[in-house]
Each structure stands twice: as C-alpha cells, then as structure tokens.
Design a protein around this ligand. Structure first.
Ligand code: GLA
Length: 378
C-alpha cells in the first residue's frame, strides 16, 4: 500500500494537511457462505488494502479522487445525492450509514488507492468501506462508534447502496484483523477469538485465476435466498440451527437446488469447527482435507466455482498440496492453498505452466501475510 502516492494525489487535487487511513483485504481459511447463515468463518486480514488521505473541507459535500481509476467524484451527503461512479457509491454509502448511526458526517476531500487485486475474492470493497468508516469515526465522531458497528456500516453499505446482500465476514476481518492471527467468528453470537497462525513447515498462498465471471442475476443473493427458504421450511432462524438429518426430513418439500445449497452450508459449519480443532493439534492434514471438501462442496452443491478454479484445485491435489479450495464468494478469483514448504516451488511452477497451457494466461501467485486491520497511519 503506497502511502506516498496517495498523499501526493491528495496534494495535487486538494489543499491542506490530510490524515491517512488504511484497511486491508482478507483471506478466509475456511467457512465460506456461512456468515449469512449464522455460522462460523475463519478469516484473517492481509498485507494489501486501501489507503486514503482525508481532510474535512468545511463544505457539505465530499470531493473524492480515485488514484487507480484516475477519476474524480463529487457528491452531497443527503440520501438523494448518490454519485454515479460505482466506486464513489461505496464512500457515499459509508457516509450515509454512519449518519444513520447519529454521526454528524461533514464534507471532506479525499484521495485513495488500493492494491487488493480486484475480482480476486479478497474483498477490495470491504477494505474501501472499512477505511472510510474508520476515518469518519475518527474525524467526526471522536471514535465513539465501536468496531463491530463499523464493520456493520460496511455490510449495510453493500446491502443498501451496492445491492449485494453479503454477510459480515469481509468487513469484520478488515476492521478486526491482527498481524499473525486468523479469527474465528461466530456469526450468530458475534463472539470471536484470535488464532495465532504460524503453520510450521507450511505456507499459505493464493493462486489467482484472474477470471471473473459476470454475476448476472446476482447469483450471490440467489444463494442467500435459497438458504433462507430452507431455514424457513425447517422453522429455524438460520441454517446454523439445522443438521443434516433435518435437511433429509424435508428433502421432498424443497427444490433440489435449495437442497444442494443447504447441504453444502450444513457441512461447512462442521468443517470450520474441525479445522479449529485440527489447528490446535497442529494436524494440518485434516485442515487440508477439509479445504478440499469445501472446494468440491462449493463446486458441486453450492455451484459457485468455475472450470478454471476446479482445474486449480485438481492441480493442487495432483501436486501433493495439503489443502486447496476456492476462496470468497466464488464465480472466479483465487484458490487458497496450504502447501508444504518443500513443495512450494514445484507447485507454483506447475500452476503457472499448466494453467497457462490450458487457459492462455498465467495465474497470479500471492504469499499470504496476515496483517493488521483498519487503522490511522498518520
Ligand atoms: C463474499 C461476502 C461474504 C461471504 C463470502 C462467502 O465475500 O461478502 O459476506 O458471504 O462472500 O463466504
């Protein structure tokens, strides 16, 4: 994250002494599509994210400059003032959601840039939301809004201003991230624990297919609706409260598609718990086995994978990688891989070579560095 570029962009477009804020993207070891089902997730913040230089401008409008898009936007702070640019909607949404919490959000100037690969399933949008939620809390609310509420502001921005009915995982991870630690969050009670993560002899890496499939018809929201229908049919609040036997009992009353969606979610709930136990024992073979199970559950039952990601998961298994799976919401993006150090180089070259031979371009490889969450830098 390049602070100097952002400060320079601020100085080129605006005047005055800005404050600088940053928030990261995230990885998720396991627990996918469980957050909005009241289940568990196991994310960590990463060392890439969004940096923003911000200064209140004494006006009743926001003037924003995106370094990456080389675009400016200007908008007021009332509900009817929504900007046109997609990226500016996130900032506007955060301002509106903070205002709904009673914060007197005033106008500001800002320049920002990011280095979370877009479309990789690493939550660049949560990084953007968390950066602005954190900054607005610091600049206009004396930091009185607690961190959970800040994460929720990002999530509600997605629901109300972007149109994605996401869960809380991404914004939670971006706000609460802690260097060297994963976090196990219970998305029903919102209790969480930090898990120091330093798998001796293993590395965690992401293989980005650089493929992004169109989310026509908002398949993410449709998955969520399937889960909600099954929960309703079972008479429970969320699928967190359902077991495999319950699902079998109502199998004939629900569509085959909804059945498959719920089957994946119910299985995933247990897999996260298994992984936590295995990590405590240092049993990485079990961690890896669960990751593969998640991958194929997401591919065959939840149907959020794609050919390229299935190829990468299969290739990982062929190369002896301990665990691999699609990460994030799906429909393109990365696999997350737990690989023994001695296999790392061979796997990376095989992934590049074989993926390129089949799909015409190399995947991008990132080593995972678990880092801190939202903060003020200067
Ligand atoms: C996206 C959403 C999250 C979560 C994941 C899948 O990243 O924003 O809330 O549902 O997909 O686990």
């Amino acid at each position: 994250m390049d602070v100097d570029i952002v400060k320079k962009a601020f100085a080129d477009h605006f005047e005055g002494q800005c404050a600088v804020y940053a928030s990261p993207g995230r990885i998720n070891l396991i627990g996918e599509h469980t957050d909005y089902n009241g289940g568990f997730v196991f994310p960590g913040a990463v060392d890439c994210g969004i940096v923003a230089a911000i200064l209140p401008n004494g006006l009743d409008k926001v003037r924003a400059y995106s370094v990456d898009m080389n675009e400016s936007a200007e908008f007021g702070l009332k509900e009817e003032d929504a900007p046109q640019q997609g990226w500016a909607k996130y900032i506007f949404g955060v301002c509106r959601e903070m205002a709904k919490l009673g914060v007197e959000v005033k106008g500001f100037d800002c320049a920002f840039a990011g280095d979370v690969p877009l479309g990789a399933g690493m939550s660049s949008s949560a990084a953007l939301e968390s950066t602005f939620a954190y900054a607005i809390n610091d600049l206009f609310a004396g930091n009185k809004i607690d961190k959970f509420a800040l994460a929720k502001v990002g999530q509600m921005t997605e629901h109300h201003y972007v149109g994605v009915n996401c869960g809380i995982m991404d914004q939670f991870a971006s706000v609460f991230g802690k260097k060297g630690n994963l976090m196990r969050l219970d998305c029903r009670s919102m209790e969480f624990e930090y898990f120091p993560f330093d798998p001796q002899g293993y590395k965690l890496l992401l293989v980005n297919s650089v493929v992004k499939h169109e989310l026509v018809d908002s398949p993410y929201n449709k998955r969520r609706e399937s889960c909600e229908r099954v929960a309703k049919a079972l008479g429970v609040e969320t699928l967190r409260d359902a077991e495999a036997e319950d699902l079998e009992r109502i199998k004939d009353e629900i569509s085959e598609e909804d059945y498959k969606r719920a089957k994946y979610v119910i299985g995933e709930k247990q897999r996260v718990l298994d992984v936590c136990d295995a990590l405590i024992k240092g049993d990485y073979e079990t961690v890896g086995a669960r990751m593969y199970q998640t991958h194929w559950g997401m591919s065959k039952d939840y149907e959020v994978s794609c050919e390229e990601l299935d190829f990468l998961a299969e290739l990982a298994e062929k190369c002896g990688v301990t665990g691999a799976r699609i990460m994030g919401g799906g429909f393109g993006g990365c696999t997350i891989n737990l690989v023994k150090e001695e296999l790392y180089d061979d796997f990376v070259s095989a992934a590049k070579r074989e993926f390129a031979a089949k799909y015409g371009h190399e995947p991008k490889i990132y080593d995972v560095v678990i880092s801190d969450g939202a903060r003020r830098l200067e």
